[in-house]
Design a binder for this molecule. Structure first.
Ligand SMILES: [Fe+2]
Length: 309
């Protein structure tokens, strides 16, 4: 790693930790003077880290690749702890600061299932949900984190020989992670029925009727070549809904769109229960669609307004 790259790294790290520290100091002010043991430990660790980063920024001749890696993992740990502390004890405050949060490089986490593993039975059984969520989704999270760290390493060392590989890994695992995160939430044990309100109007306008939409979406799912997804998207560009297929996770995307309703037709999503009868799985899956979540995604997505072409 060149000295220039190291300088740039510590400069960016100092900006990052100053920002985190500002938020922390604001939080401390709101708390008053008494911090519990957990919070005062965090306070000490953060202070030490701020000092260390500023020290290395002033005495850059002491920087090395190993020190940069140590600083990076300490930063990841502090950020991870920050999220944990705020998720457990200070939910309200965390939400009011939501716009300031971001996932650090290599810091993606597996989101919990929003219901029990057996909650979608009989349509999707517990064995599938455990394997699908705990093993498959976790592997996308791990793969994305690895790809992000490797690309960071490439930026720091200037060695981009494997960049094509890691970009592909980031796309494959990133799309896998984000699509599964939507997938768990657009299903619910209380799901099924039909959409209503604005979303139903948009479905009627875009596809003719709900039945035509449902048939189109199901046929798209049944006819994905190999493994992939059927995806209802809002296109901020055309201001219409559209149905797309994704082969694997990332291929065939229009990229400029926001997925609303996604159906996983990888074998791991249905094979244990439906074997090779993907059609049967697709047909009954409609019984667990969480239309409220789809509508909420739709209303948020529609706020994005790009110039129409
Ligand atoms: Fe899947």
């Amino acid at each position: 790693m060149s000295q220039d790259t190291l300088s740039q790294f510590v400069y960016e790290l100092e900006e990052w930790v100053s920002d985190l520290n500002d938020k922390w100091q604001r939080f401390k002010l709101e708390q008053g003077d008494e911090l519990n043991e957990e919070l005062s430990n965090y306070d000490q660790n953060l202070n030490k880290f701020v000092e260390a980063v500023r020290n290395y920024q002033e005495r850059q001749e002491m920087l090395s690749h190993d020190i940069a890696q140590e600083l990076q993992s300490e930063a990841a740990y502090l950020f991870h702890r920050w999220n944990e502390l705020f998720k457990s004890d200070h939910k309200g405050k965390e939400q009011s600061n939501d716009h300031n949060r971001f996932v650090p490089i290599g810091g993606h986490e597996l989101p919990p299932l929003p219901y029990a593993y057996d909650a979608l039975e009989p349509y999707i059984d517990e064995r599938i949900m455990r394997l699908h969520h705990d093993k498959h989704h976790q592997s996308y999270v791990d793969g994305l984190n690895k790809a992000e760290r490797e690309m960071q390493k490439a930026r720091q060392t200037g060695d981009f020989d494997l960049i094509k590989h890691w970009e592909r890994e980031a796309a494959f695992n990133g799309a896998g992670h984000y699509l599964h995160t939507i997938f768990w939430n657009i299903m619910s044990p209380e799901g099924g029925g039909e959409p209503s309100g604005e979303l139903l109007n948009a479905i009627n306008e875009s596809f003719g009727s709900y039945d035509q939409f449902k048939e189109h979406f199901s046929e798209a799912a049944k006819n994905v070549e190999g493994v992939g997804w059927s995806i209802l998207v809002w296109s901020p560009r055309s201001h219409r809904l559209e149905i797309l297929q994704a082969e694997r996770h990332q291929d065939l995307s229009q990229w400029d769109v926001i997925p609303l309703l996604v159906l996983d037709v990888w074998e791991h999503a249905y094979y244990l229960q439906y074997e090779n009868d993907r059609d049967a799985y697709v047909d009954v899956w409609w019984n667990i669609v969480n239309w409220d979540e789809v509508e909420s995604r739709f209303n948020t997505a529609r706020e994005v307004k790009w110039e129409q072409y």
